[in-house]
Structures are given as C-alpha cells and as structure tokens.
Design a protein around this ligand. Structure first.
Ligand code: NAD
Ligand code: MG
Length: 409
C-alpha cells in the first residue's frame, strides 16, 4: 500500500496558468537550488513567501529576485535590518518563529519545505493545514512527527512531493498501477567522506573533513549526517512514511558515484531506477512541475564518461548510526523523534568541537536507551506531544554531552 497522498491522489489538480509558491528555508542549499529552478521555470510561478533564519542580505536579495510578496526572518533581532534592506520594494517584512508559521498559513498552491531540522515541523504542518501541496526536502519533520504528519496531510487532502533525491528517484520509479507489487525499495548512499576511512581516522575526524562531501554540496547539518550515514538512517524512516513500506523491505546500498539515486524492485523481478547527475535542481524541478516535466539547465548524465557504477553494502560497524535509526524505525515514532532530536544536538556539538566524530552516533544511541524508560511508547495524538518529546531528546543529549565534557576536562 502506498500512503503518500502525492501518489494516491492521482494526477488531477488544476492546470492554472501561474501557480503560487512559498519557499521556507530559502537561503539554504535546497532553498537556493529551488530559487534557481523557479527562475528557470519562467512565468510558471508567483512567489508568495520566502524565509530564512538569520541571513538578512541573502534573504532580501532573493525576495527581490523572485518578486516575493513577503520575506520573513526567523531571528526577531534582525527585523529592522531586513526592513531597511527591503524599504521601497513593496515587499512585506516580518520576523520571529511565530511569523514564519503564520506565513506558512498563507494560501498557496505549493510550499517548499527546506528548513533544516525539526524547526521545520510547525511551519510545514501549518502549510498542510492551509491546503498547500508540500515539496518536502526537510526530512527531519517527517522523522520527528512520524504518522501524525501523514495523518495531517491526508486530512487536508494535500500531496507530499518528495524532493530528497533518493525519495524523488523512488517516486519517479513507482508505477501507479503496480504499487501492490512492490517487493523492496532501495535508497542509495554515496558513502560520504569516510567511506574508506579506518575507525581510527574517523575518531580523529575534524569538522572540516566531515563537512567535505565527495558528491553533493549541502548545508552543514546534512553534510555531517552524510558522513555518519545518519542521513541514510533518516532517509529509511522518511521512505517508510512516504511509501508505506516496512523496515524489512527497505534497503540501503552504497553507490559512490551517486548516479543511481534510488530504485524499486517489483514482484516480477524488474527493478526500476532513476539516474541523474548529483544536482538537487533535478528532483526539485520534478516536484515543482509534477506531473509534467519542464526543460531546465542542469548537468546531463553522461554514462560513457562515468564509465563504471559500483555498489556495496554499508559497513554497519563503522557507521552504527544506520542501525540506530533502523532500530528506532522498528520501535515507533517516539523513537525516531528522540533519535532526530539527539542527533541534531550531537551534530551541533561536534561542529562546535565539543565531541568527537564517533561520539555523534554514540550520543544518539545512549539517549535512545535512556528514553525507553521515560518516554518509550509515547503516542503522538497532538503536535504538542511531538514537540515535548523532541525537547526531551534534546535535553537528554545536552546532559550527556555536558557529562562527557566534564569527564574529559
Ligand atoms: P541549509 O543549512 O543549507 O539551509 C537551511 C535553511 O533553513 C536556511 O534557509 C536557514 O536560514 C533555515 N533555518 C535554519 N534554522 C532555522 C530555524 N530554526 N527556523 C527557521 N529556519 C531555519 O540546509 P540544506 O542543506 O538546504 O537542507 C535543508 C533540508 O533539506 C534539510 O532537512 C536536509 O536534510 C534536506 N535535504 C537537503 C539536501 C541538500 O542537498 N542540501 C538534499 C536532500 C534533503
Ligand atoms: Mg537524500
């Protein structure tokens, strides 16, 4: 059974001349790729809202470039600066987390969810409530809220269009007539910067080394997640919720060339995959123009130049984050929520130099173990419960990191 409203709802929605769109997390890596795609789509879109957390100049420049009606900055202290930068442009300005959520309630056809982390949850749910179809890059909001996210999307009758490259590949490989015949779904992984590193090299890895992704240029948080393979773990959880496939039928395959992004194996032995250059504008454009395709300028895949495609199983010993995330997926939404929260804190701590690289996964695992006794089995009837658990996961991770810090000093 495929749960995604995107796939279940058919191909209908109106073919309006100009669709309205808002971009949340517009100054980030996905946000900037989205802006480029919107511009390449010519007159297809009218931009309503763009948001960012702290980069005033980039946000103002993008709001003007895209002709947005409203620009919202998350940090309330930067309101004046944004107002000054946009004075005389006719673009409205707002600031603060509540203003971001309010902006997400503005009725539009499409909302691109490209905020990083669980911070994207409330705006995305507000957009769903307002009836917008969601172009979902922000996998953490799905990992954090689990089935509640899908329930909200189904209740509002909106589509979730997967922009994450692997999930977009799977989305493209799904055949509406044969969803019942899906045997397995596979997300591929580049393997990250430490694919061939020894455990000792990984223990000593600096933030600069961990941020250096071999194939994709991305924001810092997902880059670290790609180095630990937690990103693939989060993507297994994401795939479970998007496609309604249980853990036992979800695979991860390391594929260093990042040409095959994901594939579906059907019951008759056919495997259908999507291939493409490692450029987020391709899956984003697919979501923005779905169910059609629009010509855009992106690097084309030249298989003769690529020459060889290789695949290998992930090494779960060096990359325990993958097993931790899978264990959480099999334990329930409360567990994936805790893993996501603890991981966000651990990644921040690693980037700040407070813990070592291998301690990221170790922290997440220890937090999950502790959380079993206190919040294990919590059901998500409301968003408040989701946010309370997220806060608990962050608190536990913070405590553990502080304890390790004290012991080390
Ligand atoms: P990024 O760090 O480059 O950008 C994040 C954006 O979110 C920025 O605009 C920032 O201002 C905003 N933001 C940060 N914290 C915020 C907060 N507390 N409140 C409101 N806004 C906030 O990140 P990215 O690499 O573009 O990734 C964005 C999301 O897309 C992540 O969930 C990531 O996992 C997912 N994703 C990214 C890629 C990629 O290629 N970068 C690929 C697939 C999925
Ligand atoms: Mg991905």
């Amino acid at each position: 059974m495929v749960r995604s409203p995107a796939i279940a709802a058919g191909w209908a929605r109106a073919d309006k001349a100009r669709r309205t769109i808002s971009v949340f997390g517009a100054t980030g890596s996905v946000g900037r790729s989205t802006a480029d795609v919107i511009q390449q789509h010519g007159d297809a879109f009218a931009v309503e809202v763009v948001t960012a957390q702290s980069r005033v100049d980039e946000l103002a420049e993008m709001a003007v470039r895209l002709g947005a009606r409203l620009a919202v900055i998350g940090d309330p202290e930067r309101y004046e600066a944004l107002r000054e930068r946009l004075a005389g442009t006719g673009i409205d300005v707002a600031a603060g987390p509540a203003a971001i959520i309010e902006a997400a309630s503005r009725p539009v056809d499409l909302v691109v969810a490209a905020i990083v982390g669980a911070a994207g949850l409330e705006p995305t749910l507000a957009a769903i409530e307002a009836g917008a179809d969601i172009v979902l890059a922000n996998k953490e909001c799905l990992v954090c809220a689990g089935a509640l996210f899908n329930r909200r999307a189904a209740a509002a009758n909106v589509r979730i269009l997967p922009a994450d490259s692997e999930h977009n590949a799977i989305f493209q490989s799904l055949e509406a007539a044969n969803v019942g015949a899906i045997e397995r779904i596979t997300v591929t992984a580049s393997g990250g910067p430490f694919r061939t590193a020894t455990l000792e090299e990984m223990r000593r890895a600096t933030p600069a080394q961990a941020l250096k992704h071999p194939r994709w240029s991305m924001g810092p948080k997902i880059s670290i997640d790609s180095a630990t393979l937690m990103n693939k773990g989060l993507e297994l959880i994401e795939a479970h919720h998007l496609f309604g496939i249980e853990s036992a039928r979800l695979d991860v395959l390391v594929h260093p060339q990042s040409v095959v992004h994901g594939f579906v194996t059907y019951a008759d032995g056919s495997t259908v995959a999507q291939l493409g250059a490692a450029d987020m504008r391709i899956p984003i454009s697919h979501c923005l123009s779905w169910p059609k395709r629009v010509a855009i300028a992106t690097p084309r895949l030249d298989l003769a130049t690529v020459g060889t495609l290789t695949f290998e199983k992930p090494d779960l010993e060096r990359f325990p984050a993958l097993s931790i995330a899978r264990h959480a997926l099999e334990s329930g939404d409360w567990a994936t929520n805790i893993v996501n929260a603890a991981n966000e804190i651990a990644v921040e701590a690693f980037l700040a130099g407070a813990i070592e690289f291998l301690e990221i996964a170790a922290t997440v695992e220890a937090v999950l173990e502790r959380a079993v006794a206190t919040v294990g089995g919590t059901e998500f009837a409301t968003v408040d419960t989701v946010l309370a658990l997220d806060a608990e996961g962050r608190r536990l991770a913070g405590e553990l990191i502080e304890f390790r810090g004290r012991r080390a000093s």
